[in-house]
Design a protein around this ligand. Structure first.
Ligand code: ARG
Ligand code: ZN
Length: 878
C-alpha cells in the first residue's frame, strides 16, 4: 500500500494556477452509444507566470480525441494526455483558445460523478472533482469562468435539454436530433456546471423577486410524478421569499430549474440555476412520504437555493474551505426551518442530530476540524463536522455578535466578496470589520477538531448573598492535534430561584458577562454574582449556545426542576434527556438506578404531557429516551452495546409500566380524523403519537397490538411506516408479518421500498444479518442505487448498534464483505458505509479485536478505491 503522506494534499501548499480560464464554450453531442464533448477554453497566463510554463489540466478516466490551439492541431510532442490529465508543454504566452474533444460513455459510469445516466436520463454531478471526468480542465473552485453550453441530442429520448443559466437558442439539428444553447453569464467554478438530457415531465411556476423581476421556476421529474413535486415547488417559493426578507438576497437569473433523479450519491446539488436532486428529496405525497420526508424536502430545497448566494456568488478558494459554503448554508437552512416551523423544536432536532452523528465523529478516529488542513480524498470530507458543526460555529458567531452585528457582517460579506472564491479567514474578517472585534481566538473553532467538555462547579455563600459559578473547558486530543488551546465558548444562561423564576443580580465580576451571555475564553473562569438571596439552579447553554458536552454536576432533582421551570424550552428538553442519559449510562456500567429515580422521571414526563402550554411536537421530543448511540458516546469507552440495549429496554419497561394505561389513552385521544396535511400542527400531533407508541411497544405489553392496529388502519405513510419501524425495532410478534405486508403492498415504489429496507436493517432480532444477506443476494436488488444501499447498509451500521457491533464479529464481517463489492461500483457510497466503524476505539476489547480483524481483511483486498483506503487507514490508525 502507498504510504500516507505520498498522496496527502495540504492546505499550506495552496497556490494559484499559472493560467486562468477566461471563458468556456462546451458542445455536447449525445447519442445512445456515446457522448462527444468538445471544449473550447479561452485561456491566458497570469501576469506573474513565466513564458514557457506548462499548462496542466485535470482529467479523470477520460481520453483525448483531438486537440488544437487557436484552430491549429497540436503535434504529438506539444502535449501529453492520459487518464489523469492533459499537459500542454509550451502554451502561447498570450490569450489563446484550447480546443479539445473527448468521448464519454455515461452509460457505464457507475461512480455517479461526471456525466452519467440515471433511469435513461443523462445528468451530471461535478462537485467536487467530477468535471474532470467530462473534459480536461483546471478543475478547482478558484477558477471561475462564464459558460456557454450547446447540447445536441436525439429528440425522441431527450426532448428536454437543460444546463445552467438562460436558454438563448434552440432548434432542429437533423436526423431526429435537436439542440439548445444555454448561457450562464455569472462566472462560476466547474463544480457548479450541470447538464440534464432526457424525457421528463415538469411542473412550472413563477416567482416575482423583491425588485419586481419575474423568475420562471421548473421542477423536472419522471413522467407521472409531477403531482409529487408540488410541495417542493411550494418550498422553493417560500425559500426565495425568505432569503429576500431575512438576508436581503435576491435571485439573479431569469430561470431556476430543479431536476429529480433516482441515482444520486447524496442529497442534492446547487448547480447554478439548475439544481439536481436525489428524488427522495423532491417527491412527496401523503401515501408515500412521511412528515419527516416533507420536512427534509423543505429543508434541502431551501439549502440548495440558499447556496446561490452562499456558495455560488461567493464560492470557496479551495476544498479545505468547504464549510465556508456548507456550514453557513446549513445555518441558513436551519434558520429558515425555524422561521417556517417551531424554533425550539427545530433546535432540538438539529442538536439531537449533532449529538447522534457529529459528536461520535468528533470523538473518534475520523475527527477533523470544520476546516481541515489536509486530505487524501476530498469526497470523504463532506461530513457532519463540515456541515453541522460548521453551522454551529456560524450560530455561535451570531450569538456573540447579536442579530444586528451578525447581519452587518453578512451584508459586508456579500458586498466585499461577491464574485470571489474565498476563505474562512476572509469570512471572519468581515465580521471583525463590521463589529470592531477580534475573532482571532474564535477562529480556533474552524481549525481545531474535538468537542470541548465544560465542567461546572458552584459555590453559594448565604451570608454575603454571593453565588460563584466556575466553568472549566477541556478538549481531548484528536488525530494530528495532540494539544488543545481554549476555545471561545458562548454560554447563554439564566439563574433560577426557588420558585422557578429568573433571578437577577446586583453586580457581577470575574469574567465576561453581557446580559445573559458568559464568554468562556480561558481554560477556566469563575464568575461571582452578588445580591443573590437564595442558592440558584443554573440553566447553562440555553438554546445549546455552543457545541460542547456539558458536565453540569446537577443531580436528578435539579435537572427535573429545570425540566419543569426553565424559560428556555431547549434546556427543559435537555434536562430530561440528561436525567435519562445519566441513569442509563450508569446502569450499563453496573450502577443500577433506584426506583425513586424512575418514579421522579415518570412524574416529570407526565407533567410535561399534561402541560397545556407546550405543543405536541415539543412533547414528542421531551418523552423520547436517548438512543443507544448517545448513551454509548456518553460512556465513551469499553462500550458493550448488548448491555446498553438490555438496560435501555429495562429502563423503558420500569418507566412505562405504571403509566401505560395513561399513555395508551393519550395515544388514542390524539388520533386525527381530518384529511392529511404535512403542516407543523398535524405533524406534531403525529410525532407525539409515535413517541407514545415507541414507549408503549418497548415498555409495555400493550404496545405491540397498538402498533399492529395503527399499521393496518393508517391513512398515511407517516403512521404506517412508524408503526412498521417500531414493530421491527422491538421485534414484536407481528413484526415479520408487517414487514411482509409492507413489502408486498409497496413493491412498485422505490422510495417506499427504502422504508422497508430501513425497517429491515434496524430490526431488533438476531436474524437481521441473515435477512439482509438474503435481501442483498436477490437477483433484482438494485445494487448500484445509492438510496437502496444506504437505506439497507447505512442505517444498519449507524442505527442498529446491537447487531452491527455483535461480539462474534458477524456484523463487522457482513459490512466489510458488502463494502468490498460496492467499492468496485461506487467508491463514495462504499466509503460512507465504512465510516460506521469509527466507533471502534470506544468498544470493549473483544469487539475491538473483531472489528479490527474484519477491517484488516478488507484492507488486504486488491484494487480498493482511494475513498475506501483513506477511511480504512484513518480508522485503523486511531
Ligand atoms: N454541495 C452539495 C450540498 O451540500 C453536496 C455535494 C456533496 N458532494 C460530495 N462529494 N459528497 O448541497
Ligand atoms: Zn450544501
Amino acid at each position: 500500500m502507498r504510504t500516507d503522506t505520498e498522496q496527502t494534499i495540504f492546505l499550506r501548499d495552496y497556490e494559484p494556477t499559472p493560467y486562468r480560464i477566461v471563458s468556456v464554450d462546451l458542445d455536447f453531442r449525445i447519442t445512445e452509444e456515446m457522448t462527444r464533448v468538445r471544449a473550447q477554453l479561452t485561456i491566458e497566463p497570469r501576469e506573474e507566470t513565466a513564458p514557457g510554463t506548462p499548462l496542466v489540466l485535470d482529467g479523470d478516466g477520460i481520453s483525448l480525441h483531438s486537440i488544437a490551439i487557436d484552430g491549429a492541431p497540436l503535434v504529438l510532442a506539444a502535449y501529453a494526455a492520459d487518464e489523469t490529465g492533459l499537459t500542454v508543454v509550451e502554451p502561447p504566452y498570450r490569450r489563446f483558445v484550447l480546443d479539445t474533444e473527448v468521448l464519454l460513455k455515461p452509460e457505464t459510469n457507475s461512480k455517479l460523478m461526471g456525466l452519467y445516466r440515471s433511469s435513461g436520463t443523462w445528468c451530471t454531478q461535478c462537485e467536487p472533482e467530477g468535471f474532470r471526468r467530462i473534459t480536461y480542465y483546471l478543475d478547482r473552485p478558484d477558477i471561475l469562468a462564464p459558460f456557454k453550453v450547446r447540447i445536441t441530442a436525439p429528440q425522441s429520448v431527450a426532448p428536454v435539454l437543460l444546463s445552467n443559466g438562460n436558454l438563448i437558442e434552440q432548434g432542429a439539428a437533423g436526423d431526429g436530433m435537436h439542440y439548445v444553447v444555454w448561457e450562464d453569464p455569472f462566472p462560476k467554478p466547474a463544480y457548479l456546471f450541470a447538464l440534464v438530457a432526457g424525457d421528463l415531465g415538469v411542473i412550472k411556476d413563477s416567482f416575482t423577486t423583491m425588485s419586481g423581476r419575474e423568475v420562471e421556476l421548473g421542477i423536472y421529474c419522471s413522467h407521472g410524478k409531477e403531482n409529487e413535486c408540488l410541495y417542493a415547488m411550494d418550498s422553493l417559493k417560500r425559500s426565495m421569499a425568505w432569503d429576500e426578507k431575512r438576508f436581503g438576497r435576491e435571485y439573479d437569473l431569469d430561470v431556476f430549474n430543479i431536476v429529480a433523479v433516482s441515482d444520486f450519491n447524496f442529497g442534492a446539488m446547487e448547480n447554478k440555476g439548475l439544481n439536481i436532486f436525489n428524488d427522495k428529496l423532491v417527491f412527496a405525497s401523503p401515501e408515500t412520504a412521511s412528515d419527516a420526508n416533507y420536512a427534509s424536502i423543505e429543508r434541502v430545497i431551501a439549502h440548495e437555493y440558499f447556496h446561490n448566494w452562499t456558495g455560488n456568488r461567493i464560492t470557496c478558494r479551495d476544498w479545505f474551505q468547504l464549510c465556508l459554503k456548507e456550514g453557513l448554508t446549513v445555518y441558513r437552512d436551519q434558520e429558515f426551518s425555524s422561521d417556517e416551523r417551531s424554533r425550539p423544536v427545530q433546535r432540538i432536532h438539529d442538536v439531537e442530530n449533532l449529538r447522534v452523528s457529529q459528536f461520535p465523529e468528533d470523538g473518534g478516529p475520523l475527527a477533523h476540524p470544520p476546516r481541515p488542513d489536509r486530505y487524501r480524498e476530498i469526497n470523504n470530507f463532506y461530513t457532519t463536522t463540515v456541515y453541522q458543526k460548521g453551522a454551529e460555529v456560524v450560530r455561535m458567531l451570531a450569538t456573540i455578535l447579536g442579530e444586528d452585528g451578525f447581519r452587518k457582517g453578512m451584508d459586508l460579506y456579500f458586498e466585499h466578496h461577491d464574485g470571489d472564491a474565498t476563505t474562512i479567514e476572509a469570512f471572519l474578517k468581515v465580521f471583525e470589520e463590521a463589529n470592531g472585534v477580534d475573532l482571532g481566538q474564535f477562529s480556533r473553532w474552524y481549525t481545531e477538531a474535538g468537542t470541548p467538555e465544560v465542567t461546572v462547579s458552584e459555590d453559594y455563600d448565604a451570608a454575603s448573598q454571593t453565588y460563584r459559578l466556575t466553568l472549566t473547558q477541556k478538549t481531548n486530543p484528536t488525530p494530528n492535534q495532540p494539544e488543545k488551546a481554549p476555545f471561545v465558548i458562548p454560554v447563554r444562561f439564566g439563574l433560577l430561584g426557588p420558585n422557578g423564576s429568573e433571578m437577577s443580580w446586583s453586580a457581577v465580576s470575574g469574567g465576561t458577562v453581557h446580559d445573559d451571555l458568559i464568554i468562556l475564553d480561558k481554560e477556566s473562569v469563575t464568575i461571582s454574582f452578588e445580591g443573590i438571596a437564595n442558592k440558584p439552579v443554573p440553566s447553562l447553554f440555553r438554546g445549546f449556545s455552543a457545541p460542547v458536552r456539558l458536565n453540569s454536576g446537577l443531580g436528578e432533582d435539579n435537572l427535573l426542576f429545570l425540566a419543569r421551570h426553565d424559560a428556555d424550552p431547549f434546556n427543559r428538553w435537555d434536562a430530561l434527556q440528561s436525567v435519562s442519559t445519566h441513569l442509563l449510562a450508569d446502569a450499563a456500567q453496573g450502577r443500577p438506578w433506584h426506583a425513586d429515580n424512575i418514579e421522579a422521571l415518570r412524574q416529570a414526563l407526565l407533567d410535561t404531557l399534561d402541560d397545556a402550554h407546550l405543543d405536541d411536537a415539543f412533547k414528542a421530543q421531551a418523552i423520547g429516551i436517548p438512543d443507544e448511540t448517545v448513551i454509548g458516546r456518553h460512556i465513551g469507552r469499553d462500550i458493550d452495546p448488548d448491555s446498553i440495549a438490555r438496560v435501555r429496554k429495562e429502563f423503558i419497561t420500569a418507566l412505562v409500566g405504571p403509566m401505560d394505561s395513561k399513555l395508551e389513552a393519550l395515544f388514542a385521544s390524539l388520533a386525527i380524523t381530518d384529511a392529511y396535511s404535512p403542516g407543523a400542527g398535524q405533524a406534531g400531533r403525529r410525532a407525539l403519537r409515535t413517541a407514545l407508541l415507541s414507549l408503549l411497544v418497548a415498555g409495555s405489553g400493550r404496545g405491540a397490538a397498538l402498533a399492529e392496529r395503527l399499521y393496518a388502519n393508517a391513512g398515511n405513510m407517516t403512521e404506517r411506516s412508524a408503526a412498521l419501524a417500531i414493530s421491527a425495532r422491538n421485534w414484536t410478534r407481528d413484526a415479520p408479518a408487517l414487514l411482509g405486508d409492507f413489502r408486498a403492498r409497496y413493491s412498485g415504489d422505490a422510495l417506499v421500498f427504502d422504508k422497508w429496507l430501513v425497517a429491515s436493517a434496524q430490526a431488533g432480532d438476531d436474524g437481521v444479518i441473515e435477512r439482509m444477506r438474503t435481501i442483498l443476494a436477490a437477483p433484482d436488488f438494485p445494487r448500484t442505487n445509492p438510496n437502496r444501499l444506504r437505506s439497507l447498509l447505512g442505517s444498519f451500521v449507524m442505527n442498529n448498534p446491537a447487531q452491527f457491533l455483535k461480539e462474534d464479529g458477524s456484523g463487522f464481517r457482513f459490512i466489510c464483505e458488502a463494502v468490498t463489492e460496492i467499492d468496485k461500483v461506487n467508491p463514495q457510497v462504499a466509503a460512507r458505509i465504512l465510516t460506521g466503524f469509527r466507533v471502534l476505539p470506544m468498544l470493549e476489547e473483544r469487539r475491538r479485536v473483531a472489528a479490527r480483524a474484519a477491517l484488516e481483511s478488507l484492507r488486504s483486498q486488491d484494487g480498493l478505491s482511494r475513498n475506501t483506503q483513506d477511511i480504512l487507514q484513518r480508522i485503523l490508525a486511531g
